[in-house]
Design a protein around this ligand. Sequence first.
Ligand code: NAI
Length: 244
Amino acid sequence: MSRAVVTGAASGIGRATALLLLERGAQVVAADRDEAGLAAPADAGAETVVCDVADRADRARLLDAAGAACDHLVNSAGIIRLAALEAVTEADWDHTMAVNAKALFFLCQAFAPRLQPGGAIVNVASGAAKTGSTHEAAVYCASKAAALSVTRSFAHAYAGRGVRVNAVCPGLIDTPMNDVVVDGIAPLRSLTPGEYGHARLTAVPLARLGDAREVAEVIAFLLSDASSYMTGQSVNVTGGMITY
Ligand code: NAI
């Protein structure tokens, strides 16, 4: 039986991933700073760790909870702050980078040497890492580009140990974060949330939001031996919105 640590497991893509891995028979350590949100994976059989991935001592606790025989790490914890480029503060930069890039790097650093040969890491980046087109989320886009670069570095470094490291790049996925984006950007573009939500869907060939479960399926594939010849990749899950 495989053993996986999933961060951001209280909500959205992380939660869907934790639940899918449990369904498929894995042991799951579900980690998040939102204790109440961890009830769903706990009810489905996950061990839970309430932690802030941006905190070094909390990351060490998570590594301990994972134990010696861990196979998989999924870095899904993430945050977004929305502001016009001219209004971004240094605190916005520091906090976003601390969670989306720094914590992801140091979790890879902590877990990669400890994963069983044949193990795998999946980092949840974003289509925004490739396009940078949502300029009200410029710091987020930069943090996700960093996540892709970190993915490639660890993929190269750990290939010889038989540990694969890949990223997924979700597009517009129906989670609480998507609501934060629509509600936050609409007023900055003098639109209603309904108008903005509709406008951004026109860029999606499949013409709908994705479901968190559809991203979880790709994450599960990248963790599994079915993707044994893939490492260092950034796999789009965007309904066709991004094709490179
Ligand atoms: P979400 O907001 O539903 O879930 C994010 C989870 O991360 C929450 O449970 C939150 O408590 C947790 N989290 C945030 N900061 C944390 C910290 N410092 N320590 C521990 N836990 C923390 O968002 P969603 O959509 O599930 O996002 C998951 C990942 O997917 C994120 O990395 C996000 O950037 C990425 N993503 C999401 C997209 C979308 O359209 N929903 C699109 C592209 C990427």
